[in-house]
Design a protein around this ligand. Structure first.
Ligand code: 2IT
Length: 450
């Protein structure tokens, strides 16, 4: 990564020195700084007032011990995190990730990205992220409950409906949110919208489970239209098989596209007829509920091919949609993608592409839709859940879907407009970074040095 301005070059060096070894965080910061370079040149006020230094430094990092007792009576100790990254435009907002790979770099990069993503949603939400290096895989419900209760016993000191509102992410779904909310309610004796992604009987928004995938497809539809294309008849290669992939597959199918692949840690399946019937789409939920964490079961059940140990990035499809995790698409995959003549690359998981792979795709004119815009539908419906909780009302699926649709269209148009305005052509990555940056940075400027 190199910058024209020595200011940004020096700032990036300081970020690396101050956050040693946190490569995912460095990657996320470098990408945003590169995009906003022309904005800073045209508007020296941001640099003069120290906004950029503040933006790359989390407001608060909370790191804590999470002790719990497993089913055999043995004490286990995990590490929990909440990084309250930026509250310039609203309460900290962002998910909790429970996965063995969780560390400070992962949570920091996610919290940083969340700040810009949330700014794009048009709602009033700051950026935060948290989680633990706890692996829900293979744990009993009772173990997950005890872990969640211990985690919340500490976390509750730092969160609140107007302060910081966590939600789910990888490894945190409806079951975990239920246990976390129950413990918060018990400890604080208050029923407020302190978490989103709640169950429908206790304040959850309709359509929150579908929102990330649906929103991603709404964004893709706008993008295709902008480039004179249509989703009907298009083929998709999707990775992942969790909540996000499920929502995307459902909406793609509904709108006339065909999903050829889904994947898990064990490999990917290729279904030439498409993951397209209700039975197949529902089976994704079943595979997830089984907690076996594998997609080979799909191949066995529906008699399609399974490619063990591989990701679907060598598949010929019109549109690729990584929906699994960070850095799941690397330079060797990018070379396959270009060689296969793929035109559209739509990031759905957070930062799914390594920096060299992004550069290679760009050089070869693949249209990249960036995750912080594409997957913003999830947190947007979380924002709508907060609104409903504040009003103590709940909206119908039609109302939520319409609002989600409008938000995604605004995200696409704000991104393309920002890219044009600052000389990036149709670069949707730069456009999203700039549009998100301006809302946060202007608010920070207004506050003075705080
Ligand atoms: O990455 C994300 O945007 C999420 N995991 C959802 C965050 C939220 O607060 O709904």
């Amino acid at each position: 990564m190199s910058f024209k301005s020595t200011y940004l070059e020096d700032l990036m060096k300081r970020v690396i020195a101050r956050n040693p070894g946190e490569t995912e965080f460095h990657q996320a910061v470098a990408e945003v700084l590169e995009s906003i370079e022309p904005v800073l040149e045209a508007n020296p006020k941001y640099v003069e007032n120290g906004v950029i230094e503040s933006l790359v430094e989390p407001e608060r990092i909370i790191k804590f011990r999470v002790p719990w007792v497993d089913d055999s009576g043995k004490v286990q100790v995990n590490r929990g995190y909440r990084i309250q990254f930026n509250s310039a435009i609203g309460p900290y907002k962002g998910g909790l990730r429970f996965h063995p790979t969780v560390n400070e770099s992962i949570i920091k990069f996610l919290g940083f990205e969340q700040t810009f993503k949330n700014a794009l949603t048009t709602l009033s939400m700051g950026g935060g992220k948290g989680g633990a290096d706890f692996d829900p895989q293979g744990k009993s419900d009772a173990e997950v409950m005890r872990f969640c209760q211990s985690f919340m016993t500490e976390l509750q000191k730092y969160i609140g409906a107007d302060t910081d509102v966590p939600a789910g992410d990888i490894g945190v779904g409806a079951r975990e949110i239920g246990y976390l909310f129950g413990q918060y309610k018990r400890l604080r004796d208050e029923f407020t919208g302190v978490l989103t992604g709640k169950g429908p009987t206790y304040g959850g928004s309709i359509l929150r489970p579908e929102a990330t995938g649906f929103g991603a497809v709404y964004y893709a539809v706008d993008m295709l239209k902008y480039f004179g294309d249509d989703i009907k008849g298009k083929t998709f290669a999707v990775s992942g098989f969790g909540n996000v992939a499920w929502g995307a597959v459902k909406k793609i199918t509904e709108l006339g596209g065909k999903v050829l692949t889904i994947s898990g840690p064990d490999g990917y399946i290729y279904d030439p007829d498409g993951v397209s019937t209700e039975e197949k789409i529902d089976y994704m939920l079943e595979m997830r509920a089984s907690c076996r964490n594998r997609v080979q079961d799909y191949a066995d059940k529906f008699g399609v091919e399974f490619f063990p140990g591989q990701k679907p990035w060598n598949v010929k499809a019109d549109i690729l949609m990584p929906c699994a995790t960070q850095n799941e698409v690397r330079i060797e995959d990018a070379k396959n993608i270009v060689a296969n003549g793929v035109k559209y690359y739509v990031e759905v998981s957070n930062m799914p592409t390594t920096a060299d792979a992004v550069a290679y795709l760009k050089e070869n004119n693949v249209i990249i839709a960036p995750s912080k815009a594409v997957n913003a539908g999830g947190v947007s419906v979380s924002g709508l859940e907060m609104t409903q909780n504040s009003m103590r009302l709940s909206w119908s699926a039609e109302e939520v879907d319409e609002k989600l649709h409008t938000i995604m269209s605004r995200i696409f148009s704000a991104s393309i407009d920002a890219a044009h305005k600052y000389g990036f052509g149709d670069d949707l990555v730069a456009g999203a970074n700039i549009a998100g940056f301006l809302k946060v940075a202007d608010s920070m400027l207004a506050y003075g040095v705080v």
